[in-house]
Design a binder for this molecule. Structure first.
Ligand SMILES: [Zn+2]
Ligand SMILES: [Zn+2]
Length: 325
């Protein structure tokens, strides 16, 4: 089979031919229908060996952590959970499997992922039934969708009627967050994005309002920052009113400076996290199956992976880039 793989630390990925995987005892073979591309795939290309090994990653591995397809034996359409959580540690047992120390490596980051014709799954918790959803397009629900859901789920108690939620960055994850906020809360939802096309898309999918940047005097209950630069972190934390919350999801690597008493929200919360739990992915798939959210994707063929990453990096993809097999 063809697979798009990281073959060495610090080297660009390559398309290689591998033997079709044979499922061993307890393993399920999944034929891939589609796999979404994520910005984090690009950062993996530059990860130093020491950092990758500290995460428990093994070279080589196949990229792609937004995978969906069909169980080879039965033809059932499934999406795959990518983090390799253990299911037995105290995090997993509390339903907080995104905190599992084994989840630092996963399908598509340190282990074989979905940019290939087949994937082997060794944990049935990772198989999420899709029903009538198209598996060529469903992969992003498990990563972009589930991560945005994790953020929204956390702030739900603060978003009663009359509250306002601001979403900074209306790209892939932000577009999911806007929809979850509309479906799950009565809050006023405001999208912040400098790109006019993203602002108008945000309004199409449910934002009550969109602005190019966050006005300095605003105070709101919740800010979710899907960008994470110095500017968005500073403006986002400043906009949180007393008792509110600021969630940092964007990975741009920005900083927050200033004295804590005039910088942090009074009686409020500032939080960050990586990834999502299996329950988030299940909820997102349930919302998609119920027709309550839209998952905008742009299809590319397997031979167009490099072009698709290029368009993703340039910000010209409408929704999520998905490689269809
Ligand atoms: Zn991702
Ligand atoms: Zn665990």
């Amino acid at each position: 089979m063809l697979a798009y793989r990281m073959t060495n630390w610090g080297a660009p990925p390559e398309t290689v031919t591998l033997p079709d995987p044979e499922p061993g005892p307890g393993e399920v073979l999944v034929r891939v229908a589609g796999c979404g591309l994520c910005r984090s795939d690009l950062t993996m290309r530059h990860l130093p060996a020491a950092a990758g090994e500290a995460l428990g990653w093994r070279m080589p591995f196949t990229l792609g952590h937004e995978t969906a397809g069909w169980i080879a034996d039965t033809g059932e359409a499934v999406a795959l959970v990518s983090p390799a959580s253990c299911g037995t540690c105290r995090w997993c047992l509390r339903g907080q499997d995104s905190g599992c120390p084994h989840g630092l490596a996963g399908r598509g980051y340190g282990r074989d992922g979905g940019l290939a014709e087949y994937v082997l799954v060794d944990d049935r918790r990772a198989l999420l039934p899709l029903g009538d959803l198209d598996p060529r397009h469903a992969g992003p629900l498990t990563d972009a969708g589930a991560t945005a859901h994790h953020a929204v789920r956390r702030v739900l108690p603060r978003l009663g009627p009359g509250a306002t939620a601001v979403v900074i960055g209306a790209g892939g994850l932000g577009a999911f967050a806007i929809q979850f906020l509309r479906v799950l809360t009565a809050a006023e939802v405001i999208a912040v994005d400098p790109l006019p096309a993203r602002r108008s898309h945000a309004e199409t999918i449910g934002a009550h309002q969109s602005v190019a940047e966050l006005p300095k005097r605003w105070k709101v209950e919740v800010v979710l920052d899907f960008v994470g630069t110095d500017e968005t972190i500073t403006a986002g934390v400043r906009a949180v009113g007393t008792g509110g919350a600021y969630g940092l999801i964007g990975s741009a690597g920005g900083r927050l400076g200033g004295p804590w008493f005039s910088t942090l929200p009074r009686d409020g919360e500032v939080f960050t996290f990586q990834g999502s739990s299996i329950a988030d992915a299940q909820d997102v798939i349930a919302l998609a199956r119920a027709g309550l959210i839209r998952n905008q994707v742009q299809e590319f063929g397997f031979g167009e992976i490099d072009r698709a990453y290029g368009e993703m990096a340039a910000g010209t993809v409408a929704g999520r880039a998905v490689i269809v097999l």
